[in-house]
Ligand binder design. Structure first.
Ligand SMILES: C[S@@+](CC[C@H](N)C(=O)[O-])C[C@H]1O[C@@H](n2cnc3c(N)ncnc32)[C@H](O)[C@@H]1O
Length: 328
């Protein structure tokens, strides 16, 4: 039941597996491209925060497929190999990672940098938004080193309270910045994508890898700009009206009347962060087994010490299904 119910909940999850994409996120990039023709004329692209690799798959088909096309993908996590994609396992906030990306381009600038990065969500909105913003700024910093003048930068953004400040920061480097929401991105999520075109850094700007988060005199440069520090940018929804609605549940029966058949994931994660929790669950060692009567969060004082991540996971998300953790 678990597998079927998850498929049913999310038509893009189902379609991704049927079409051979490693994750449903592939549709987000495809729908962004439909709207903005992101891949037109692109020969070199960087995919930041790429695992499990569906955006890299899209890029390798649209960019890497050309004879001189080149795609570099980076993630903290290991990613299964993909034809035509150079992979780096590293942290995009680290100087060493930025240097490695640059090395692969051998002096040739990239036409497109994309970043679908997401920190581990804590549920504390301010913290999550802050972390997401920092990741975006790290991606932007790397982009300032590899992107050609006039190039394009697309990054996941959380539309939180201070998002207008982020837009302003992006506007310092790009002639056009807008916020796009593909149909495959749930309306219930504050996720959207900043689409920044026309890379045009301020005169005299020197990219500085020693400050990966752009948390320095860049602010001074920024404050010297004329006009308000917070701007409103156009909001564009992408994916035509006939596209599936990601907030809806669709029936499993296929339109042609044929019976639905479960499709396994295209590429299961290599070494997911929840692996330890899966192992403990299989051995009956998760917190709910330890406290079968009551494992509510207000009994945290009664928990075994030290408190491990898997224990917290069980307490905070008791309904996580086996299939969602790929425990089978
Ligand atoms: C939503 S997933 C990306 C999905 C991917 N675009 C795809 O289509 O398969 C977010 C990724 O961001 C990565 N990430 C988060 N923080 C990172 C960091 N500091 N450096 C590199 N990758 C990071 C995570 O490891 C995770 O794989």
């Amino acid at each position: 039941m678990g597998r079927t119910s998850k498929d049913k909940r999310d038509v893009y999850y189902r379609l991704a597996k049927e079409n051979g994409w490693r994750a449903r996120s592939a549709f987000k990039l495809l729908q962004l491209d439909e709207e903005f023709q992101l891949f037109q004329g692109v020969k070199r692209a960087v995919d930041l925060c790429a695992a499990p690799g569906s955006w890299s798959q899209v890029l390798s088909q649209k960019v890497g497929g050309q004879s001189s096309g080149q795609v570099v993908a980076v993630d903290l996590q290991a990613m299964a190999p993909l034809a035509g994609v150079i992979q780096i396992q590293g942290d995009i906030t680290q100087l060493s990672t930025a240097k490695e990306i640059i090395k692969h381009f051998e002096g040739c600038p990239a036409d497109l940098v994309v970043c679908d990065g997401a920190p581990d969500v804590t549920g504390l909105h301010d913290v999550d938004e802050y972390m997401q913003a920092q990741l975006l700024l790290a991606a932007l910093n790397i982009a300032t080193h590899v992107l050609k003048l006039g190039g394009c930068f697309v990054a996941k953004i959380f539309r939180g309270r201070d998002v207008s400040l982020l837009y302003s920061q992006l506007r310092v480097f790009f002639s056009s910045v807008l916020c796009a929401k593909p149909k495959s991105s749930r309306n219930s999520s504050i996720e959207a994508f900043a689409v920044c075109r026309g890379y045009d850094p301020p005169e005299g700007f020197i990219p500085d890898l020693t400050r990966p988060l752009l948390d320095h005199s860049y602010d001074l440069d920024f404050n010297q700009l004329e006009g308000p520090t917070r701007i409103i940018v156009p909001f564009v929804t992408c994916g035509d009206l006939s596209a599936y609605d990601s907030d809806r549940s669709y029936p499993l029966d296929l339109e042609d009347g044929s019976e639905y058949r479960y499709t396994p994931p295209t590429q299961p994660p290599i070494s997911p962060p929840y692996q330890e929790a899966c192992k403990l669950k299989k051995n009956g060692q998760l917190a709910k087994e330890v406290f079968p009567q009551d494992c509510s969060i207000n009994r945290i004082d009664k928990l075994p010490q030290p408190l491990t991540v898997p224990h917290c996971l069980t307490l905070l998300a008791p309904k996580v299904e086996d299939n969602e953790m790929n425990c089978s």
